[in-house]
Design a protein around this ligand. Structure first.
Ligand code: NAG
Ligand code: NAG
Ligand code: NAG
Ligand code: NAG
Length: 546
């Protein structure tokens, strides 16, 4: 008897199975993936024309090269690395063949993809930004396929698209059809939030997800790096923060070298790294390594021994933040840092007599949102002086804090998020949406469809207001997620968000999406990513484990 049979019998003996209905079988329509006229492209490009003429590709006789006219040459490491990566992806699963020098050229064989960066500054040595040009035009034809892009960022997206056009014919030969694609993203901010505080995420897992983000044309890694539970970021200025605040001071930290590696790995894939250092709430772990940073709470007239949010009434707090964010601004090259500002619990502030005195002095009455705003205002001035822009969670806006015009307000509260989008944009702020895309909430069934059906601009507002929505983020909070389950929980569910943020507004056909996403998911699996299934099905090449 197998363990499972034994388990079933045990259940039966306990009477658990009486009246048991296998309801899960009735919940889903019988979906089987059909070929899409768009092949397995994901996210769907803006303009696609795939023809029936097909060419063969062979691993020994295909190369990706710089076009002669390209402004980026052999010294452009972003492109050279990408050529190697995508050559592997194009031929993933195919056997290595010996180079056959005597072979005649076969007119039905495609032997070259030329990459042509058209603008004088390829941005090869730069970092991607919210204004990066990710557009490209791809023509797959004889004698060579040509990928044209103004900047390297578009070339990266186009290389992914090219690799997605390659399929195996019925004899297992790599093939690609005569194709013309012209493409650009609908939204410029397409992010994934990972949380390395609730659980420490090994660097390997972060890199694997950056790689998968590139397969889905995401371009922002929102690194929710610290929180109440742990402080894994190793600060050069304040080493005690991770010494005392990480789950473990050596094995569960991100060293400066680790952080550098993540940023460079992301840059190679056209992905920005936006770190989040959330204050004044969500900071319990900060308090362990930085004395007097947090507010001491009182129980009656006695100190209770517990601590609340960052103490907003001490000058030392602002001195600390000045030095800390000076470091952050030099470690993280992105133009933006996420400052959090969500879910501040006022209980402790209310209990503290010094805070009460300060409230009275400032004329705040009993309105603790005013105290929160006082703190955030001070913090924003500090971060502004480091020449960074900032992203804040919506509460900062809701509490009426004065924000710089280029502040990005991050909308996350589920109910009424359309009204919130209206309000934020009516006030003239740029915004990103996450409320419908909290992927840490799990349920059975094809919940990717729910994420897919979201229309970010579906709120009451003028054209001007809609233009202020620069994108959104899929969030995978870490309470129930670590290296064991992160990747399958995130993919392909986040792929639904990826297409919503990249493709045209009218790309809403669920069954075509299912057809393409099914193959896209198997492609991720073939590339070594344990992306979970959409529904009963199989992949030609199943996941083999690590
Ligand atoms: C590619 O071409 C083949 C014929 O060579 C055709 O059967 C197939 O449908 C084409 N694929 C797409 C996505 O149009
Ligand atoms: C804090 O800083 C303010 C403004 O610089 C100053 O007026 C005040 O005296 C300082 N408070 C303390 C306790 O040092
Ligand atoms: C939007 O603003 C209106 C008017 O100020 C306010 O009544 C409403 O509560 C706000 N809605 C949200 C979701 O914040
Ligand atoms: C827009 O406003 C109208 C009238 O106030 C309301 O009926 C409608 O439901 C709103 N639409 C959205 C998407 O909020």
């Amino acid at each position: 008897m197998t363990g499972l049979q034994e388990f079933a019998l045990t259940l039966l003996a306990l009477g658990f199975c009486q009246g048991f209905q296998p309801i899960y079988r009735h919940e889903e329509p019988e979906l089987t993936a059909q070929p899409s006229k768009f092949g397995s492209l994901w996210p769907l490009p803006q303009k696609v024309q795939i023809n029936d003429v097909s060419f063969k590709l062979s691993v020994s006789n295909f190369q990706i090269t710089d076009a002669e006219e390209s402004s980026a040459g052999a010294s452009c490491s972003i492109l050279q690395n990408a050529y190697r990566r995508y050559h592997e992806y194009v031929f993933v699963g195919s056997k290595k063949q010996k180079l056959d020098k005597c072979k005649r050229s076969d007119p039905s064989e495609l032997t070259e993809l030329q990459v042509w960066i058209t603008s004088a500054d390829s941005e090869c040595d730069g970092y991607p930004s919210v204004n990066s040009d990710e557009s490209y035009v791809l023509s797959v034809d004889q004698p060579v396929a040509i990928l044209k892009a103004p900047k390297v960022w578009g070339a990266l997206r186009g290389l992914e698209t090219f690799s997605q056009l390659v399929y195996e014919d019925e004899y297992g030969a790599k093939s690609i059809n005569l194709t013309f694609i012209s493409d650009f993203p609908r939204f410029s901010h397409r992010g994934v939030l990972l949380d390395s505080s609730r659980h420490f995420l090994p660097i390997k897992v972060i890199l694997a997800n950056l790689e998968t983000m590139a397969m889905n044309k995401f371009n922002v890694f929102h690194w929710h790096i610290v929180d109440d539970q742990s402080f894994p970021y190793m600060s050069r200025t304040f080493p005690q923060l991770s010494q005392k605040g990480a789950y473990h001071p050596y094995s569960h930290v991100y060293t400066p070298a680790d952080v550098k590696m993540v940023i460079e790995f992301a840059r190679m894939r056209g992905i920005r790294v936006v770190p989040e250092f959330d204050t004044p709430g969500h900071t319990q772990s900060w308090g362990k390594g930085q004395a007097d940073l947090l507010t001491p709470c009182y129980s009656g007239s006695q100190l209770s021994g517990t601590f609340g949010p960052v103490n907003p009434i001490l000058n030392a707090t602002y001195d600390f933040m000045t030095m800390f964010f000076k470091e952050i601004s030099s470690v993280f090259p992105d133009d933006y840092v996420h400052l959090g500002g969500d879910e501040v619990d006022f209980t402790c502030w209310k209990s503290n007599p010094d805070i009460q005195k300060f409230m009275a002095q400032q004329g705040f009455g009993q309105d603790y949102t005013k105290l929160e705003s006082y703190y955030i205002q001070g913090l924003l001035d500090i971060v502004t002086s480091t020449n960074k822009g900032y992203v804040v969670w919506q509460e900062v806006f809701d509490n009426g804090v004065k924000l710089k015009p280029d502040t990005v307000v991050h909308v996350w509260i589920g109910g009424g998020s359309d009204k919130e989008m209206s309000n934020v944009t009516a006030a003239g702020y740029t915004t990103i949406l996450s409320a419908p895309w909290y992927l840490d909430y799990i349920s059975t069934g094809q919940d990717w469809q729910k994420y897919y059906k979201v229309e970010p601009l579906n709120f009451n507002g003028t054209e001007e207001q809609k233009k202020l929505v620069i994108g959104g983020e899929a969030c995978l909070w870490g309470e129930y997620v670590d290296a064991t389950n992160l990747t399958p929980r995130l993919w392909p569910r986040a792929s639904a968000v990826a297409e919503r943020l990249w493709s045209a507004k009218d790309v809403t056909d669920i069954s075509d999406a299912f057809n393409r996403l099914s193959v896209h998911r198997c492609r991720m699996v073939e590339r070594g990513i344990p992306a979970e299934p959409l529904f009963s099905s199989f992949c030609p090449k199943e996941y083999k484990g690590l």
